[in-house]
Design a protein around this ligand. Structure first.
Ligand code: AMP
Ligand code: MG
Length: 597
């Protein structure tokens, strides 16, 4: 099978890691995967194994149920899931079939370990001590060689050479491989099918390239709890106390030692915020209120409703379980435990938690400073009268809103006229003040000249076509230490591109650890169309259906200038690259607006 046939259904790059056994494929992968993760890449691995491998142990339910005859055993938890199937085949497992089982919408790359003979692009690993020949001499699909002794390579080898011990350089190679990858063009469906242009980036590739250029801010400040709302914690919050501080009662009732007696003598009472001095003896009870510390000598609390007190004596209905209705000291958080880790965004729950530990002055990262401006001679500030043939500037205000929501300091540079001198002056001024500069408009083909020329003089810029709708054109570059995003002009495209590309960059810049957009499954209530090979972001309205399931419909017309659709919507419906149509009743991914609007 040719590489094109083998990989024709793949929407993400596939790279084989090939070597003779003993070279250390897995050892390298164990170091490479964390490095790729650190660079913001999500990776799937397909590994060739001997025929009767086991992934779980005898005695585990999943193992026993499979052995008992479950043809497919799918085990799922809130964190992970595993599907085990019996699929005996002659010879090697079918890699095309295995690749189809990977959820390609969630990864940027698939690494394949151990299908050495199959036609797919590969990185060859070689160690002199293993004493085997090179594979690349007879495999034209080898892309590069990572070896421990370059002197062993034939003199005429023109492939990129890496050190097998240099994980950074290998990760650079992998990133370059992803960046230069183009999907195998889908087989034409008929004369009317307009094929997707090849030289474009997927949404994930765009995000990975951007995140690679973002270094988190280091400056911190110490703020009051209310002042820290929406900011990112710069160091772990370690609890200086046990929460609760003392073992205490969860009920209003009587504190006793369990199994002590049938009838107890009431020797005192204790309220929350106070303590019972002294030790409670055998056959004695103390009347206790919710939250009051447990007196010495007792271990259980009987709720008041189950007690009959008369003449200083109390009896209870039913048996007493040891420790019942008692909250142990440190049961919520123990002294010395990490209550929040650095990189957490401080919202209402985090504020309450920090307060409950007495951590009233959290150290947080400074706010990112972001400069925004609009371009276009037709664009008119909403404070001014609308000139003939013009439109009001919507983009600066939707950008301002999303940036404020993300806790950024916004520097508003207004509308910049379409002239190179004006653009250079505005951009250099912006870059001096800001960590990030964002423009809208003027990045479509044939329209880009002012921004392109100005940025070429001041810094660097790339113009990308992203396989998505809305928001295909995107410019990304840098001016001095500031990052530059040139978003498209259409108001919906601006918001969608901001959500997909600017948001992850700003969150990483702000110090937020491992942020990912939240995607949830909803059932489509109407037919939806996309074009395979590009990601379609439709404006959606998600709501709970009669059957208790999340359902989603579109807001109707999806033109990228129809800003009212963003107002009606509460989510984006994400039709991934592989999807071309969705029928009513089928599940789709939705990305709620919750965080940003
Ligand atoms: P452009 O990418 O500059 O060709 O702009 C694409 C479309 O978006 C045009 O119809 C512009 O008029 C419109 N547009 C550009 N900038 C803005 C803005 N700031 N607010 C609203 N619409 C805009
Ligand atoms: Mg324009």
């Amino acid at each position: 099978m040719s590489a094109d046939t083998l990989l024709s259904d793949c929407r993400v790059p596939v790279l084989g890691i090939c070597a003779y056994s003993g070279t250390g494929k897995t050892t390298l992968l164990l170091k490479l995967l964390p490095e790729l993760n650190r660079r913001g890449l999500k990776v799937a691995v397909v590994k060739h194994a001997h025929h009767n491998f086991e992934v779980d142990k005898p005695g585990k339910d999943s193992f026993e149920l499979r052995k008992a005859g479950a043809d497919q055993m799918l085990i799922g938890s809130s964190n992970r899931r595993a599907l085990m199937m019996e699929r005996p085949v002659e010879g090697d497992p079918d890699l095309k079939e295995l690749l189809a089982m990977i959820d390609q919408s969630r990864v940027d790359l698939i690494l394949v370990e151990g299908f050495k003979k199959l036609a797919l692009p590969k990185l060859e690993l070689h160690r002199a001590e293993v004493g085997k020949p090179f594979v690349f001499t007879h495999d034209p699909l080898i892309q590069a060689i990572a070896c421990d002794d370059a002197t062993q390579l034939p003199a005429d080898c023109t492939l990129p050479q890496l050190s097998i011990n240099d994980v950074d350089a290998i990760a650079d190679f992998v990133q370059g491989f992803i960046a230069s990858w183009t999907p195998v063009a889908p087989a034409p469906l008929g004369p009317s099918c307009d094929s997707v242009e090849r030289k474009q980036l997927s949404v994930n590739q765009g995000v990975a390239r951007i995140l690679d250029k973002v270094s988190p801010l280091r400056d911190t400040e110490s703020l009051s709890l209310t002042g820290a709302r929406g900011r990112v914690l710069a160091s772990d919050a370690i609890s200086p106390i046990n929460v609760p501080q003392h073992t205490n009662s969860a009920m209003d009732g009587y504190a006793v030692a369990h199994g002590d007696a049938d009838e107890y003598t009431v020797v005192g009472e204790v309220f929350a915020g106070h303590a019972f001095d002294g030790v409670v003896g055998a056959g004695e009870a103390v009347k206790i209120m919710t939250g009051a510390p447990l007196p010495a000598g007792v271990d259980s609390v009987v709720m008041r409703e189950l007690a009959q007190e008369q003449d200083g004596k109390v009896r209870f209905d039913g048996a007493i379980e040891p420790g019942q209705n008692v909250r142990q000291a440190g049961e919520d958080i123990q002294v010395g435990a990490t209550a929040l880790t650095a990189g957490a965004r401080i919202g209402a729950a985090e504020m309450g938690l920090l307060a409950s530990l007495g951590l009233a002055q959290p150290t947080v990262y400074r706010r990112p400073k972001v400069a925004i401006f609009s371009t276009g001679d037709e664009v008119c500030a909403p404070e001014q009268p609308l000139k003939p043939n013009c439109i009001f500037d919507a983009n600066r205000f939707s950008l301002y809103g999303m940036l404020a929501q993300l806790g950024c300091d916004v520097i508003d540079l207004g509308i910049i006229e379409d002239s190179e001198a004006a653009m250079i002056a505005a951009l250099s001024d912006a870059a001096e003040q800001a960590d990030v500069v964002i423009s809208s408009g003027g990045v479509s083909v044939g329209d880009a000249d002012f921004i392109k020329d100005a940025l070429a003089k001041l810094g660097t810029i790339d113009f990308w076509k992203i396989a998505m709708r809305p928001g295909r054109p995107l410019a990304f570059g840098s001016i001095g230490n500031a990052l530059f995003f040139g978003l498209p002009g259409n108001p919906v495209a601006v918001m969608v591109s901001f959500m997909q590309f600017v948001q992850p960059a700003l969150r990483k810049l702000a110090g937020e650890a491992n942020w990912q957009p939240q995607l949830i499954r909803a059932i489509a209530t109407e037919p939806m169309r996309s074009r395979s090979g590009r990601t379609e972001f439709s404006r959606g309205v998600a709501s709970l259906g009669a059957g208790g399931q999340l359902e989603v419909r579109t807001t109707g017309s999806q033109g990228s200038g129809i800003l009212s659709s963003m107002v009606q919507a509460n989510c984006l419906i994400v039709l991934e690259e592989a999807v071309d149509q969705v029928r009513p009743g089928e599940p789709v991914w939705v990305q709620p607006f919750a965080d940003l609007m």
